[in-house]
Design a protein around this ligand. Structure first.
Ligand code: GLC
Length: 427
């Protein structure tokens, strides 16, 4: 399938919701890493499954909320590194139906609800599985710090057991097959946990072929030693524009999953800033929320999502279906361009102390207005010289400003022409 065609919904979607839901929400501790690092014993960690009730799980409510705040796709953890499957996998009892009071498959209803609400369906899946008895049957590809962890590899000095590894691979393949065949069309696979084995050990090439046999258009992230469709910077936002497609994922507070003690929530302003900068670089923004063990969303998270969502929906035209905008040398904030390049959107984070400069625009500016209200904004163009256009000074009144971020819509009759460097015109 043609890559541009395949990536087109993803490139237009811009804003998605990530959900880390699993047994770690019961004690409110780090997903999987807490037992790996020894903060809690393996057995105590796994015993959390007894408290995973999904009692008030209503994915239609999730879908309603995510749609309302302007998300175009969602990604839910089907299985984290702890191996606990949220669907009733046939190849292990370690799943929500057989090993927790939830007592049922939780992935099917999620897929249906998101699809019905018109959002694309994404599934997170960890390649590595620190719970499966046959996973630690071969040694990692290098002697990095994880090499002798019992969840990962046989004890040092012991040979690889390829028979057991083959058993694991059969299980791994079967789980992926279930996810791709049981729940309707899966639009996106969000992989994680590739680092303990090589591409050859994982047989990623073969696996990708297999997954495409269910849906040739399925988008896969690059957590297959970089071999997927797009990059996934996490928590630390890229400073400059990454090459190719990317999606920046970030948590609302410091945790991927539900942790009631974590009150270090980001402000709506900082989330909007990250979203704008991300979209301005041509990427997607995937905002993570961790549901409670009963399936409801934490009140603090929901309030923050709604605050961000108000801003997103008000400024949708500057976000969805846009492409990367200008460099920060031309405008001191993020910006996006409409696909026909006749509209430029400027994201302005402050309350201006005077006219705002915009540089490097060779095209004639038809009109500038504020997104949301439509209020027209005056502009003074300082005269340029030869091939260098002058600065456009935009007089944004304080009264027209949005407290989180004001978006200015700059319209042109023709696709925008820019000037870069010391005066070279670029298309
Ligand atoms: C890291 C962590 C994992 C989390 C993921 C989300 O890879 O290992 O716990 O799910 O980031 O990007």
């Amino acid at each position: 399938m043609d890559q541009n065609e395949k990536m087109s919904w993803f490139r237009d979607a811009k804003f998605g919701i990530f959900m880390h839901w699993g047994i770690y929400a019961v004690n409110g501790i780090d997903e999987s890493w807490s037992f790996y690092k020894g903060d809690i014993s393996f057995d105590d960690y796994m015993a959390q499954a007894k408290g995973f009730t999904a009692e008030h799980y209503d994915p239609k409510r999730w879908a309603e909320l995510f749609k309302k705040i302007g998300a175009k796709y969602t990604v839910l953890t089907t299985k984290h590194h702890d191996g606990f499957a949220l669907w009733d996998t046939a190849v292990s009892d370690w799943n929500a139906k057989d090993s927790s009071p939830a007592g049922r498959d939780l992935i099917g209803p999620y897929c249906d609800a998101m699809r019905e609400a018109g959002m694309k369906v994404g599934l997170y899946f960890s390649h590595l599985d620190w719970h499966h008895p046959d996973y630690p049957s071969i040694h990692p590809h290098s002697d990095e710090w994880w090499a002798d962890k019992i969840w990962t590899a046989p004890p040092a000095g012991e040979p690889d057991d390829l028979v057991r590894w083959e058993k694991f691979m059969t299980f791994y393949r079967a789980q992926l097959g279930e996810l791709m065949s049981r729940f309707g069309k899966i639009d996106l696979l969000w992989f994680d946990g590739d680092w303990e084995r090589t591409s050859e050990q994982w047989r990623f090439e073969e696996t990708k072929e297999y997954l495409r046999s269910f849906n040739p258009a399925v988008i896969m992230n690059n957590r297959m030693h970089g071999e997927g469709d797009y990059k996934t910077p996490e928590q630390a936002m890229p400073i400059t524009r990454p090459e190719g497609d990317f999606e920046y994922c970030v948590t609302l507070n410091n945790s991927w999953g539900y942790q009631p003690k974590d009150n270090n929530f980001k402000s709506a302003r900082s989330i909007v800033y990250m979203l704008a900068e991300c979209v301005g670089m041509g990427g997607n923004f995937l905002l993570d929320v961790g549901p409670k063990p009963d399936g409801t969303i934490d009140e603090r998270s929901e309030a923050l999502l709604l605050e961000v969502g108000d801003w997103v929906t008000k400024h949708g035209e500057a976000i969805y279906c846009t492409r990367a905008g200008l460099g920060h040398d031309l405008f001191s904030g993020a910006s996006t361009l409409s696909k026909d390049k006749k509209t430029l959107y400027l994201f302005y984070y402050d309350i201006p102390g005077g006219p705002i400069p915009l540089r490097g625009i060779a095209s004639e500016i038809k009109r500038i207005s504020v997104v949301g209200s439509g209020e027209e904004v005056p502009m003074q163009r300082q005269q340029g010289f030869l091939s260098m256009p002058g600065i456009a000074w935009i007089d944004l009144p304080k009264s027209a400003c949005d407290p989180l971020c004001t978006v200015l819509k700059v319209e042109f009759d023709e696709p925008i022409t820019l000037v870069a460097g010391v005066g070279v015109r670029i298309e």
